[in-house]
Design a protein around this ligand. Sequence first.
Ligand code: ADP
Ligand code: MG
Length: 609
Amino acid sequence: MPDIIQLLPDHVANQIAAGEVVQRPASVVKELLENSIDAEATEIKLLIKDAGKSLIQVIDNGIGMSETDARLAFERHATSKIKTAEDLFNLTTKGFRGEALASIVAISHVEIKTKPTIKELGTQIKLEGSKVISQHTIATPTGTSIAVKHLFYNIPARRNFLKSNSVETRHIIDEFQRVALAHPDISFSFFHNDGELFNLKKGNLRQRIVAILGSKTNEKLVPISEETDIVKIEGFITKPNFAKKKRGEQFFFVNDRFIKHGYLHHAVVSAFEGLLAHGYHPSYFLYLRVPATTLDVNIHPTKTEVKFDNEHALYAIIRSTIKHSLGQYNVAPVLDFNKDATLDVPYDFKQKKAVTPKIKVDPAFNPFETEKKSGSGYRKEQNGNWDSLYVNIQDDAMAIENIEVDAQEVSQELFDEQVSGRTAKTFQIHQKYILSVIKSGMVLIDQNLAHQRILYEEFLTKITIEEAACQQLLFPIELNFTSVEAQLVKDMRSDLESLGFQFETIAADLIVIKGIPMLLKESEVRPILEELLENIRHEIPENSFSQLDIIAKSLAKSMAIKNGVKLTTIEQEELLEKLFLCKEPNHSPYGKNTFITLPLEEIQLKFDN
Ligand code: ADP
Ligand code: MG
């Protein structure tokens, strides 16, 4: 048998390695920004075209590279950051694997311009798919500019896997924000297709957070600060009353590196125990500093997952520090829900040996529970033909006439009126449910959820088929959003317009709206857009259809008739009729049951026992 094993040529090996390091344009952004930070830059500029698909450029004023280094930088395992394996356990830089640039250049066209401080002239090198195309000596400022063009040009499969521009841009913004939040002492600017998305001046941490997340954030921040032998913690949490329905902004940085860490995340969340209503999430910006020797960042190529030596101790310290701050800033309740006293004494921690935290949670306790548990055993899917479900109400009218309900007074006259088609008489109960009679028993509709379904399907039709009616505003509404939010609105503009919104301006900080959908009240525009942006930000749509879907869903949710609203008989009937004309009447757009049926047999059973 002939020998069949051969060494892969370098360019193939680099392409394979690139698959690990570069998943999407945002990965390139992260690697380039981190290199600039390692190069001690104080000013970093990011330029993006077409969501990074045609250009990603990072320009810094860092230490630059000599001519030889600039050539070497694109070789695999070429790094200035470690020399021996031992160095791995005492890292102070972001990079160290020496494979980012090699990977990037294997799958794109790259142009680098760089000059170290001490030299008069710099170097320009152009590469395509790992091959050097040209090299010149040029005049260029101190520092480095790396432009990455035509990402994945030689791996069409990867290119086809990229999502829509708005999704890829969002990933880039996420990476940019993480790096910028980790380094408030560096100025960053970010241009997308020549429009400026961010201009972040050097400042302190609070200023950086506010510059990125908007001025409204300032009042929400509660500072955190603690220092022990094993960790120094700085940063902010947001007050519990500003907690978000969707996972809010949650950032952990360790030694200036953004990380994801489920266990430590749990420590933060558990410190908020008893303070947040069910389904709400705290925001946090926590900066941990630990000795480099106690941290392993080498477990994942993108280095966002790390391992600590002292995870249990860190858990306890983080939890008690946050609890302490919540208490100090008077945002914790007087009652202490914590059952484990050992976790509540952060200050003698320095002398103590760390204890493994015991997490005790009383699963039955929920101080915010206001709604009664729905104990109904009547939930039953009804997918049958609704026509056959309905009977002429008149037979049943006498039987239900005396039920005490909140409904409008039902006059005899109305009652006797011939009920056309399948619509039956309705009653509103507790200004929340609509009751109606069907052949097999009765049906109870949740007015809010049912209306959500109706609006949702209407919106989907409008977005995809017809134009929606728009009401022109006499005085345009001006709304202030952050530049990222404005960008999102821009991305959604045509979808929103097909729903009846009309925009006069969508600029970095100001959105002017001159028309709104027919059904919408002017006072609701702001909250609805805010909720929409929140949903879009956290349910990153995977394609443009799901973006439409999210828009339709959240508009439907915000605009649906609320519980507690009295409905006239006509409105009740309309709701009922429209619901059962929907394609999927059984569920709200968010998957909740819109109605339940109570079959006669089950009602009878209740009387039989
Ligand atoms: P790593 O960051 O892991 O060392 P990279 O492939 O990202 O590997 O970079 C290779 C080398 O190129 C770095 O070690 C550094 O010496 C040099 N380099 C990369 N980007 C810059 C930059 N913006 N300024 C100065 N030197 C840089
Ligand atoms: Mg690097």
